[in-house]
Design a protein around this ligand. Structure first.
Ligand code: GLN
Length: 498
């Protein structure tokens, strides 16, 4: 097959480039592995290792946050040396090994597996998103729609992985659940390797001076691969000593902002202004994730304690409901958002990324407002109607669709060439930071110690959650309004000046 040039790829006809489907399925299987593993972690730690809730939650939170935080290194190495494709392959291979280590019993395999998955994900996840961005020319109005579709693949993988691995892990064998997650990462890698010819030059490593074709495996590549394996013990150590983690996170965030500003400054005023806009958006995304990630934390408890789970004669499982409702809504709504963005772009009426982010924050706030407002309709057991809860999630989800895929898209657009992968890493670092803050916010909503244990008073917890979610709603909407006010200035910063 004749290799396509980058221009031929970017000048595609129709709504989506055909290479997007390859990246869609590769990422879908990677997310299957990631969410499949994640579904089992806390349960495995509490039921098999008999860790207390606090320890299990902290290890879980640190590992999840570490995964997202380390992506700046995966992105940086891909930009400078490896290229996206090799990084994805290496990351995928490590994720397979990590999952298979988790398939063995015992704490030694458990921590080694978790740490290997951190390194694997760091190489894989930012770079597959950067590759999606490379399929579009800079001013192509179809970019956000492409990322919306890609985001659907992400969530399809998360639902399938969460269900299948969760089910097999819980009902048959925990370790088998982890192993199945790894098998599907192999599927993802095979899909990618088989289809990568269609990508033409997209994702190949930067050319060395004088060379006309990139080499397949250089000595430097091998060194990086070796060094990344040597980092695994470091992450094992960090998982066991999580009190240092916030310091690491702060240094990374501060350092990456400075580095990004410095690199873009050297590329001229336009690049610098675009970078400032990107960093403002990233900063607002930290707040978004800090609220949104209550979904994996306090909202789990809220669903269990304060939502009426009766549904046509059945009682729904709180965990299953809370952990699948968002993914299902994303899959259902992503295509609609994709069509909406294209429709608006054709009429030149598409809101810019800052406005979309502001809408995202406002909708998220409204979702939390509904959760809090539901308290007025709670039954005598302190449980709010399922419908209000579902509506709350609906707005959290539409908010997510206005922010998360748009964030991926805008980062690929605003970052100067040569640091796109790194900036994608910074985008995910914001998720890591948000996740960490989410834990803190969640802890502010924990029930007082004396009522912990078997006799939880649902009316008391309802008051705590309604109060907390009410505050989140107000702050989130205020952030949205502030961003909307900034959007006029940000629009100017983001514009192509030529
Ligand atoms: N749910 C999305 C994913 O898994 C977004 C994650 C994030 O940025 N926090 O890719």
């Amino acid at each position: 097959m004749q290799q396509l040039s980058i221009q031929e790829i970017q000048n595609f006809k129709g709504k989506y480039p055909k290479q997007l489907y390859l990246l869609f399925f590769t990422e879908m299987w990677e997310r299957f592995t990631f969410y499949g593993m994640r579904a089992l972690l806390i349960l495995y730690m509490t039921k098999v290792f008999h860790y207390g809730d606090a320890k299990a939650n902290l290890i879980y939170g640190t590992q999840q946050s570490l995964i997202y935080a380390m992506m700046i290194f995966g992105g940086l190495l891909a930009d400078k040396i490896l290229g996206y494709r090799k990084s994805i392959l290496w990351g995928g291979i490590l994720m397979v090994f990590g999952s298979f280590m988790l398939a063995f019993q015992g704490e030694a395999f458990f921590y080694a597996g978790l740490a290997t998955v951190v390194v694997g994900n760091a190489f894989f996840k930012p770079n597959i998103s950067s590759m999606v961005g490379s399929l579009y020319a800079n001013n192509d109005g179809r970019r956000d729609a492409g990322f919306s579709l890609f985001y659907m693949g992400i969530n399809l993988g998360s639902i399938l992985g969460g269900f299948l691995c969760g089910y097999i892990g819980e009902t048959i064998n925990w370790n088998l659940g982890f192993g199945i997650a790894g098998i599907f990462m192999i599927v993802g890698l095979l899909v990618f390797v088989k289809g990568q010819k269609s990508l033409g030059p997209v994702g190949l490593p930067p050319l060395k001076a004088g060379a006309d074709t990139p080499s397949w495996l250089t000595r430097t590549d091998a060194l990086i691969f070796g060094a990344s394996i040597c980092c695994i013990p470091l992450f094992i150590y960090m998982l066991n000593n999580f009190s240092y983690y916030p310091i690491v996170l702060n240094i990374l965030l501060f350092g990456s902002y400075i580095y990004a500003l410095w690199v873009s400054w050297q590329k001229g005023k336009d690049a610098f202004l675009k970078m400032v806009a990107a960093l403002v958006l990233i900063t607002f995304s930290i707040l978004f994730w800090a609220f949104y990630e209550q979904g994996g934390g306090s909202l789990n408890l809220f669903t269990d304690r304060n939502v009426n789970l009766h549904f046509f004669g059945h009682i729904l499982s709180a965990a299953a409901l809370n952990n699948s409702i968002n993914g299902v809504m994303i899959v259902a709504l992503s295509p609609i958002f994709g069509i909406l963005w294209i429709w608006l772009a054709r009429r030149k009426r598409e809101p810019n990324a800052a406005v979309k982010f502001a809408l995202g924050l406002a909708q998220l706030g409204f979702g939390f407002y509904l959760m809090a407002y539901g308290a007025h309709y709670a039954n005598s057991e302190g449980r709010i109607p399922l419908l209000i809860y579902a509506l709350g999630y609906l707005f959290m989800t539409t908010g997510e669709l206005c922010l998360s895929p748009i964030g991926l898209s805008v980062i690929t657009k605003l970052s100067p060439t040569g640091i796109v992968g790194f900036m994608m890493g910074v985008w995910f670092l914001a998720s890591a930071y948000g996740q960490y803050l989410a834990g803190y916010i969640g802890s502010l909503m924990s029930i007082p110690d004396e009522s912990a244990g078997a006799n939880i008073n649902s009316l008391q917890t309802l008051g705590i959650y309604a109060n907390g979610y009410g505050r989140i709603a107000v702050i989130s909407v205020i952030c949205g309004v502030v961003l909307l006010a900034l959007s006029f200035w940000l629009k100017k910063c983001m514009e192509d000046k030529k």
